[in-house]
Ligand binder design. Structure first.
Ligand SMILES: C[S@@+](CC[C@H](N)C(=O)[O-])C[C@H]1O[C@@H](n2cnc3c(N)ncnc32)[C@H](O)[C@@H]1O
Length: 392
């Protein structure tokens, strides 16, 4: 079967993550927010829980010429809804997402024509619409489109109009609970959103779930708890701050109980610049971390902040090199101030790995930096995040 992945706000991060999890084989990225995986057999419901950067996974059902008349498209869609849509009790509920079709495509007109078509087939239906062209995961979830009908997603690929049926949407309630409902949040030193933590862990690419994965600046434990949920068993978080270690333990225990996991992560108070005294040489499989990113306020003297961070990162990286196994990787966030002031610690010993495979690096949506890294930021943010992947 062929699948469409609807990508999040930072599509290149999402593509890097899917590539790391599924492999680049038979992946096609020809539409900014849609990645296609051909000839696969995917368990969408479990996969979407593992991908922080994917909003929806849909099965491609049909394609048509972009210029196809609405009446023809409506017939095709009605058939898909009847054959493949879920039928609960009552009306068949359906919605349409326009994923960047543009031109004269009118989702509402098409929706109403499908409704008429269904009526002609004796099927009563309810059309779900929203102000946006694309229905959000929340709208799809709240209207039970997947269990009581279907969401049809339209996008362009190979100069055709593709029609896909949504199989699973991002577990937005769960993600929000893990972000805002956890017992301890550390808004002072900053928290990595769980989605970003998932992407970072996935991009590190550790396939062996029993190998040792370390977060040496673990803060309140986001990366370690997300790694627990992704199935990693051998997890250690360290941090200089006693409070951070206490918070991490509380959050990890909460996650363990909430999801009925049997993994127990270990946490220790340690300075990241002296880790080689604690871990044996060549003993750690992977490091995934968002270190100290500089002061949250008062970014007046950027040069001084950069110099301080480069000294910290140089010393930490030196220790990481000693404790990592040969071939072991680091996936790390570095700050970029105001979107242009990059950190430049010494990377002499390391092999730097591009987040995207060669076939996607020149895509118009890749937006890789000069050093082949990807950036993440929200409107108005002064400190952007850069994803760095290094290999020993
Ligand atoms: C940005 S926070 C990490 C946030 C974490 N990713 C989370 O989501 O909770 C940075 C952490 O680095 C820790 N830190 C700062 N300097 C350190 C050092 N030299 N060694 C270890 N941890 C350090 C701070 O105590 C803080 O908890």
């Amino acid at each position: 079967m062929d699948y469409a992945f609807i990508l999040g706000t930072h599509p290149a991060w999402s593509v890097a993550e899917i590539d790391a999890v599924l492999g680049e084989y038979d992946l096609f990225w020809e539409n900014e927010r849609v990645l296609i995986k051909k000839d696969a057999n995917i368990k969408a419901e479990s996969l979407i829980k593992q991908l922080g950067g994917t909003l929806k996974i849909a099965e491609i059902e049909a394609f048509a010429p972009v210029s196809a008349p609405v009446a023809d498209l409506a017939k095709q869609c009605a058939r898909i809804l009847i054959e493949k849509g879920s039928r609960g009790e009552g009306k068949l509920v359906f919605g349409i997402s326009d994923q960047g079709i543009g031109g004269g495509f009118n989702a509402e007109k098409l929706g109403l024509t499908i409704k008429k078509e269904l009526k002609g087939m004796d099927v009563s239906s309810r059309l779900v619409t929203s102000r946006d062209k694309e229905l959000s995961s929340v709208v799809v979830g709240q209207n039970k489109l997947i269990t009581k009908g279907a969401e049809l997603i339209f996008f362009r690929h190979d100069n055709d109009l593709y029609i896909a049926r949504t199989l699973a949407v991002q577990p937005y309630k769960d993600l929000s609970r893990r972000d805002f409902g956890r017992p301890v949040r550390d808004d002072h030193s900053g928290m990595l959103p769980p989605k970003l933590a998932q992407m970072l862990i996935n991009c590190a690419g550790q396939k062996d779930h029993d190998g040792l994965l370390l977060d040496p600046f673990c803060g309140s434990g986001t990366i370690i708890t997300e790694a627990m949920l992704l199935g990693y068993k051998n997890l250690v978080g360290t941090d200089l701050s006693e409070k951070a270690i206490k918070d991490s333990r509380v959050n990890a225990e909460w996650t363990r109980e909430l999801y009925g996991l049997d993994t127990r992560a270990k946490f220790h108070i340690k300075n990241a610049t002296r880790l080689a005294q604690f871990f044996k040489a060549n003993s750690v499989d992977t490091i995934v971390t968002e270190p100290y990113l500089g002061p949250q306020r008062g970014l007046n003297d950027i040069e001084a902040v950069k110099a301080e961070l480069e000294t910290l990162y140089d010393a930490a990286l030196d220790n990481f090199y000693q404790i990592l196994k040969p071939g072991g990787r680091i996936a790390m966030v570095w700050p970029v101030f105001f979107g242009k002031e990059f950190l430049r610690p010494s990377l002499d010993k390391w092999k730097q790995v591009s987040a995207l495979p060669p076939k996607f690096r020149h895509s118009p949506w890749a937006k890789l930096t000069e050093r082949h890294t990807l950036l993440y930021h929200r409107e108005g943010q002064r400190v952007w995040r850069e994803m760095i992947i290094l290999e020993k």
